[in-house]
Write a protein that binds this ligand. Structure first.
Ligand SMILES: [Fe+2]
Ligand SMILES: [Fe+2]
Length: 179
């Protein structure tokens, strides 16, 4: 198993969630009121799984180690685009959360913004994932020795292991600080 094998497996679950979000978006466009529980679930999935857990391992382990290598100009530029995509995704989720709270407070106009931000995320993930799966991860493995690949995989497991603790510590702290 390689670290990129783990990351590709995570891509498959992200794709499944994106499909569900797309379905919800189409229904909302057809007039269905926003389903607050679904939006919260989608936000939590994107924030915690797609961003913290998945992009976290890409940035803090794979991209960090690739950054120490003498990358071809093409790979260097792809990696920069991928990182920019992650930053853009975080900003989009922030706007989505903001629109969701305005909607809950009675701002009816926020409904269109919720749809718009969700739709942007639905459009962002498939090409981002395809670029990584088909044009980046595999060729990039050639920069690493067997030992380096093993160390990356181990670090990925350690990273995942800490996440659930990090998540629920943050939940408790949020409410200790008054929500
Ligand atoms: Fe990525
Ligand atoms: Fe990815």
């Amino acid at each position: 198993m390689l670290a990129i094998g783990l990351l590709m497996k995570e891509h498959r679950l992200i794709e499944r969630m994106i499909k569900l979000i797309d379905k919800e978006v189409q229904e909302m466009k057809g007039g269905k009121p926003p389903d607050g529980d679904f939006i919260d679930t989608a936000v939590d999935f994107i924030k915690m799984y797609a961003d913290r857990c998945h992009h976290g391992k890409e940035e803090d382990i794979l991209f960090r180690d690739l950054g120490k290598k003498n990358l071809s100009p093409e790979h260097k530029s792809t990696m920069e685009q991928l990182i920019k995509g992650h930053i853009w995704g975080r900003e989009t989720v922030r706007k989505l959360v903001d629109a969701r709270s305005r909607y809950v407070q009675g701002d009816q106009k926020a409904r269109d913004e919720i749809i718009g931000q969700l739709e942007k995320l639905v459009k962002f993930y498939p090409p981002h994932i395809e670029k990584e799966d088909k044009h980046f991860f595999l060729p990039c493995m050639d920069y690493f020795t067997g030992e380096e690949k093993e160390a990356m995989l181990k670090e990925c497991y350690d990273f995942d292991q800490k996440l659930i603790h990090e998540k629920y510590k943050a939940v408790v702290e949020k409410y200790e600080e008054g929500g």
